[in-house]
Design a protein. Structure first.
Length: 80
């Protein structure tokens, strides 16, 4: 009877090993996908920062042009 128990235990351990290897492969795939997502997220944040910087530059330029336009057309400054 112990021979049967040993064979059964070996079969169960082999199945568990297969399942563990499969799970490890899937985890590796998810880690790669998460890494790619992080890189993409960082690039999006960099792009947004660049956009805001450009908008700030344009706003600064237009703010000066807007002030001179108001004075030229005698439009009162907006108190807000």
């Amino acid at each position: 009877m112990s021979d049967v128990d040993g064979k059964l235990t070996l079969q169960v351990l082999k199945k568990l090993q297969q399942r563990l290897l499969h799970a490890e492969r899937r985890i590796c795939v998810y880690e790669n996908q998460l890494s790619a997502f992080r890189e993409h997220h960082v690039e999006v944040l960099r792009d947004l920062r660049t956009i805001y910087q450009l908008l700030g530059q344009h706003q600064h330029r237009l703010g000066g042009a807007d002030a001179s336009l108001r004075k030229a057309t005698l439009v009162p400054d907006d108190p807000h």
